[in-house]
Design a protein around this ligand. Sequence first.
Ligand code: 5GP
Length: 190
Amino acid sequence: MQLLKDKILKEGKVLSDTVLKVDSFLNHQIDPLLMKEIGDEFANRYSDQIITKILTIESSGIAPATMLGLTIGAPVVFARKRKSLTLSGNLYSANVHSFTKNETNEISVSKDFITADDNVLIIDDFLANGEAVKGLLDIAQQAGATVIGVGIVIEKGFQEGGMHLREQGIRIESLANIKSLTNGQVEFYD
Ligand code: 5GP
């Protein structure tokens, strides 16, 4: 998606050979117009499928997932990283090791919001080692839902998550796929 690639080149900050900071439009400040385009692009790419539920993880998956939900008219469920008084019992849970924080979180989704009748599309902001997506797949599987695919805003194709998931036959659509972040430069796959 050219608009997204241009934004990454203009505003993305390469923090290391493996980490890209996009706080100006995705991870801290949000660019709603770009998010709307992103939602529309996911809708286009999965227009051959019936999606009854969009599943993401807080917090940075919520904006793109919601814009997709707005376009296709499907509800968005976000896995929560912390339990609270209002989120206890009756949960599907999975462990996710965070690439950027180097800590493991238990993520949870209420059993009320994903069922065996759902056709689920998983959305997230980044795909690196695939831990977050694997946790969401685990939750969808516990619910007996059908996962029709994964939509990723920025895949870092030089890390192994995408490869492993595709090897398992999972459809992944990423809107920008980064080949390398070496020497402070962002290079994309075509
Ligand atoms: P994975 O679980 O695939 O290893 O990593 C994906 C998760 O880690 C995403 O939900 C995202 O929040 C975070 N992440 C991974 N790599 C990056 C990165 O280069 N930049 C930012 N901002 N977040 C990342």
